[in-house]
Design a protein around this ligand. Sequence first.
Ligand code: HPA
Ligand code: ZN
Length: 334
Amino acid sequence: MKKRIESLPKIELHLHIEGTFEPELMFEIGKRNNIALPYSSIEELRKAYDFNNLQDFLDIYYAGCNVLQKEKDFYDLTYAYFEKAKENNVLHAEIFFDPQSHTDRGIAFEIVVNGITKAMDDAERNLGVSSKLILSFLRHLREAAAIDILKMAEPFRDKFIAIGLDSSELGNPPDKFRKVYEMAAAQNYKRVAHAGEEGPAEYIWDSLSMLKINRLDHGNRAMEDPRLLAELMHRKIGLTLCPLSNLKLKVVNDMKLHPIKKMLDFGIKVTVNSDDPAYFGGYMNDNFIAITEALDISVDDLYKLSRNAMEVCWATAEQKKIFKTKLDNWLLID
Ligand code: HPA
Ligand code: ZN
């Protein structure tokens, strides 16, 4: 089954580029920028990756961002992810970045966007992995700060496919960001939001009704509300689930308790994603392997999971046709 998973053509729809920062590269970039990390070695840093909840992780994740200063740093970070994506047979990725983690440290928006998008272009050309970029707001900060970012993004509008919402979920409900989502909708941005990772099912309802999301990031806690499950199914909303992330952040205590298989059987458009792979112990293949081992995922299930991602992604119709042909061939040939 491992070989089957490795050769499965994949689409990644929930990936924070800052969460792909491997300790080796973090130390290298820190050194060339003369910025010390609060850890003396790569091993010590890796040992710190032991989290009890989302906030534990976020504290380390934002600290890691500090060494990113120059356009080349953002380029190297992003290109390194696409090399991993290629190794994992990812055909297409829709990735988040958190502009506020950088602009709040005095790094120009333009430096961040240029570094990331140049690497995306080169990855498509050199590795054949296509991608889109999602501008994600930090929900622990004020809505006015998110609006500032949306305005900053205007001259670069064509670089972004969607807006998103991440960071500390509890206590920062969707309602807080209603206005910025309305403004983004008026500019034809697609809309996604993290909801139902630690927050209640109600945050998912509110993301649908108030933020008018096209796709839902995580959404685990929809399991607590059968009416909501039915709504997500009928509306064909894509869910970007992140199994290893959920285990590491104790959203589930055992992979055997992960809701992905139940949701899939219920007919929800669930997908598998790696979230912050450098911190959570695995890229796409590892996420697929983890659920397959714990939940008796069949070859047909693998097909459906990847097919769902192909349906709910924002690649062109032409690209989607190519992806689906590759997936159909995978089912027949291997
Ligand atoms: N949840 C919330 N915020 C995040 C995450 C996540 O999984 N990853 C990076 N920022
Ligand atoms: Zn996430």
